[in-house]
Write a protein that binds this ligand. Structure first.
Ligand SMILES: Nc1ncnc2c1ncn2[C@@H]1O[C@H](COP(=O)(O)OP(=O)(O)OP(=O)(O)O)[C@@H](O)[C@H]1O
Ligand SMILES: [Mg+2]
Length: 315
């Protein structure tokens, strides 16, 4: 096994006045050099987890080592080695791109030629060199995201944390961010990427944890997570609409792992699509239920989330 660059055990946080924990005793490990995805719906606890992993928020309980240091006793050592691209972009709008980079670079302890060199590199990296002297308030959402990313890496961190970095940006900026993150990861930077877009996590990340209601409900290598989901999902539409009785019958068919009713659709997780389809067709005939449509989708994280929680990641 590779070295672990993040080790969290029993991480716990309840916000003051809140009824339930935002992060409810989760265990997480991230291997050095991996591209780690933290996936979950709104309110799952991703940002709270990231805030604890980056030392912005003190856990109420649990053990946490980041980059080899205990975050409680060696916060400065940790902070020097990590970068964060937050969910809420925090730039100084009346300063230029260059001035923002200079400010955050100084906050990270850079100065003189080293700082100037990094500002130049980061502007180039974010393709903002031409716009270096423009005030940030004139920037588009995508440009701000790119600058926010550049600030996150100004001190060349070992681990880069990104909190939903592609929300509200145009497709070109999104692609640009993906390509850059992949290149950085190939060069050895460990990346921790949170998102509620399962496609992003599925295509970018080699390992992932799925959160729901403050808990980690699945985690591991992407290939292992996807194989847990089986060989995908069969979706059928019937007349009349599927009933709970039909759902239960379908669920007990050979080849069917689980079945849920979603509006007028019946979604069936399966390890053996052929057997499941055959069984479903026979069952519907027996029950005099008319089949209106049937489709088979490949295994994906959305399907895994659905089979674990009975709900969709997003509607
Ligand atoms: N500052 C806060 N004070 C009180 N409750 C909070 C605070 N921040 C978050 N919460 C609550 O904690 C839970 C986890 O929130 P968190 O922001 O970590 O989730 P998230 O997965 O990042 O969601 P999103 O996808 O919306 O960004 C939610 O129930 C949220 O309402
Ligand atoms: Mg969040």
């Amino acid at each position: 096994m590779n070295d672990l660059i993040i080790e969290a055990k029993g991480l716990y946080k309840t916000y003051r006045g809140a009824e339930k924990a935002a992060v409810d005793r989760i265990d997480l490990t991230v291997e050095k050099g991996s591209f780690f995805g933290l996936l979950g719906p709104n309110g799952a606890g991703k940002t709270t987890t990231l805030a604890m992993l980056t030392g912005l928020l003190e856990p109420d309980d649990g053990l946490l080592k980041v980059a080899g240091f205990d975050i409680r006793t060696s916060l400065d050592e940790v902070k020097r080695r990590i970068g964060l691209v937050p969910q809420e972009i925090s730039l100084y709008p009346s300063l230029t791109a260059q001035e923002n980079l200079a400010y955050f670079g100084m906050m990270q302890g850079l100065s003189g030629n080293a700082l100037n060199g990094r500002i130049g590199d980061c502007l180039e990296f974010a393709r903002l060199t031409e716009l270096a002297d423009k005030r940030v308030e004139t920037f588009s959402g995508g440009m701000k995201r790119r600058l926010s990313l550049a600030i996150g890496i100004i001190h060349e961190p070992l681990i880069l944390f990104l909190d939903e970095p592609t929300v509200g940006i145009d497709p070109a900026s999104r692609l640009f961010i993906f390509e850059n993150l992949k290149a950085m990861n190939a060069n050895g930077t460990t990346i921790v990427y949170t998102s509620h877009y399962m496609e992003e996590v599925q295509t970018l990340c080699d390992t992932a944890a799925i959160m729901d209601s403050g808990r980690v409900i699945a985690n591991g290598r992407m290939s292992a997570l996807l194989s847990r989901q089986g060989k995908g999902m069969i979706r059928i539409r019937t007349a009349p609409d599927p009933t709970e009785a039909v759902r239960l019958d379908v669920e007990s068919l050979p080849g069917a792992q689980s079945a849920i009713i979603k509006n007028d659709l019946l979604e069936i997780q399966t390890q053996e699509p052929e057997a499941a389809i055959e069984g479903v067709l026979r069952l519907l005939r027996e029950k005099n239920v008319k089949l209106l449509s049937i489709s088979h989708g490949a295994a994906d994280l959305e399907g895994l989330f659905l089979s674990l929680t009975g709900t969709h990641l997003r509607d």
